[in-house]
Design a protein around this ligand. Structure first.
Ligand code: GUN
Ligand code: ZN
Length: 490
């Protein structure tokens, strides 16, 4: 890697950063959305993507240009920036997606990289093998070996200042995704797309997507700029960013518009089903759904839908960036997870990796908001529990949801979902967070886990005073802890 990516700040495994693209002489703020430009059927011109939507980078398919009778020569003569009318960074894909769709393509990695370089691409891509989900370990492993050979070949092609991507494959096998990530990161290549996840997203398999991305990230490490190939639906940006993805390409804005689909951060709507536009972008303030349906010119309707889709997509990316700044990205993920049950599965799976997310999560952020029972499994709660395991108090300690008592050597608050709160930490992040009055079972159970962590390897005699904890939480307390229910005056 040529050190082109710098992380500015983290939230969970999500980060804001800067990707320097030397050939374009630009620095792209990440997380970033790359609109997919199809030079043959582009409804929103790249100049507009730049001026109106603020796109700093876009992606187009060099294989399509390579095989195009009318555009191949102009691309070679004018260069992509001139041809498309875009002054930011341009990334090119290689035709691997076409390989996955149609079974074969007619270029090699060497040819397509040289072509990408010749048309002035700023970030090129070799011909990786997009192994689909659910294939055998053997097939995924064999195809991964081929992808790895292509990456090693790509290292030897003279592509000047152009950055080159190293796609990470491995199907739905986490061990292969992790190995692929490690091998890709050990090449001299520059940007690391996680590939062949489009089928997972099309089938709303966000739980499997989280398993795949976390595995790839373990292999890639923190220094690698990570692209999630084909992830263009704004409902999943927060989730994918929280996992540590930095770049996203959206063909969805245009493809969905083509069949009357309207993107929102909660999912997809059909223009036919809408009476109102729940959005304040220029398209949605100037038109009603009926106006769009009544347009005689179908292309005009598509263009307007594509523009709306771009507005919500870029807006969501700014929302995600701001959430990282504020340190409430997981709260955004938690809200977006309410848009669709499969997104909730994705978020719940992400929380299975709380320890992986905790490693880069800042120790102090804006107030912790408990928003649903899933919050009990957030990395911040896990970190507090890990701290408790490292404490080694002694004497008789009261852990109480009520008043403190002098009858013990020490008396600490007991605060679901965190559990025991040592006095010196009471005002520190995340314990001074915003918690609901009505505590759910998962929060009590997490608090019991905190008590268990404190009790393990400690000589202290612990007493728990609780307000009517549920049986499942009480059962999770260690056997040698004294337990009493608080009266209303305590
Ligand atoms: N576009 C969507 N998925 C992929 C992939 O796995 N590889 C490449 N090169 N492009 C893609
Ligand atoms: Zn709109």
């Amino acid at each position: 890697m040529s050190g082109v990516f710098e992380v500015r700040e983290y939230d969970a495994a999500g980060r804001r950063g800067e990707l320097t693209v030397p050939r374009a002489d630009v620095t792209v703020e990440t997380p970033a959305l790359l609109p997919v430009v199809n030079p043959h059927v582009q409804t929103v011109p790249p100049s507009q993507l730049e001026s109106e939507f603020g796109a700093e980078i876009l992606i187009t398919n060099s294989y399509v240009l390579h095989g195009s009778e009318d555009l191949r020569e102009p691309a070679l003569e004018q260069g992509l920036h001139d041809l498309l009318g875009f002054s930011g960074a341009i990334m090119t894909d290689s035709g691997s997606f076409q390989l996955a769709e149609y079974g074969e393509i007619t270029v090699t990695t060497e040819e397509i990289l040289q072509f990408q370089h010749a048309i002035g691409s700023d970030i090129g891509t070799p011909v990786d093998i997009p192994t689909p989900p659910d294939v055998s370990h053997e097939q995924a492993s064999e195809e991964l070996a081929t992808t790895q050979e292509r990456l090693e070949l790509a290292e030897t092609v003279d592509t000047g200042e152009m950055l080159v991507t190293a796609p990470v494959q491995g199907s739905t096998h986490p061990d292969l995704r992790e190995r692929a990530g490690r091998e890709a990161a050990s090449t001299s290549l520059d940007v690391f797309p996680i590939g062949a996840v489009v089928p997972l997203m099309n089938e709303y398999r966000f739980d499997d997507l989280v398993d795949v991305v976390t595995a790839a990230k373990r292999g890639l490490g923190e220094a690698a700029p990570v692209h999630l190939f084909g992830a263009g639906h704004p409902m999943m940006f927060a989730l994918a960013v929280a996992l540590g993805c930095d770049l996203f390409d959206s063909a969805a804005y245009a493809l969905y518009a083509r069949d009357g689909r309207y993107l929102t951060v909660r999912g997809t709507e059909h223009l036919e089903d809408l009476d109102y536009f729940p959005c304040s972008c220029p398209v949605c303030t100037d038109h009603t759904p009926a106006d769009l349906r009544d347009l005689d010119d179908e292309r005009e309707c598509q263009r307007l839908l594509a523009e709306h889709n771009l507005y919500v997509s870029f807006e969501e990316m700014r929302t995600v960036r701001q959430a990282i700044r504020r340190g409430n990205l997981l709260e955004l993920v938690e809200m977006r997870a309410r848009g669709h049950p499969t997104m909730l599965d994705g978020y719940r799976t992400l929380l299975d990796y709380a320890d992986q997310l905790e490693r880069t999560d800042p120790v102090s952020k804006d107030a912790f908001f408990y928003l649903s029972s899933e919050s009990a499994r957030r990395p911040e709660v896990l970190r507090h529990h890990q701290r408790l395991s490292r404490l080694d108090p002694d004497g008789e300690i009261l852990l109480t949801e009520g008043n403190h008592s002098d009858a013990y050597d020490d008396s600490w608050r007991l605060l679901p979902p965190f559990g025991p709160v040592p006095r010196e930490l009471a005002d520190a992040y995340p314990l001074a967070g915003e918690l609901p009055e009505r505590v759910d079972v998962q929060s009590y159970e997490a608090a019991a886990e905190g008590v268990r962590r404190l009790a393990a390897d400690s000589d202290a005699e612990l007493t728990v005073f609780h307000r009517d904890w549920p049986e499942t939480a009480l059962d999770a307390l260690p056997a040698d802890v004294t337990v009493e229910v608080l009266g209303s005056d305590q």
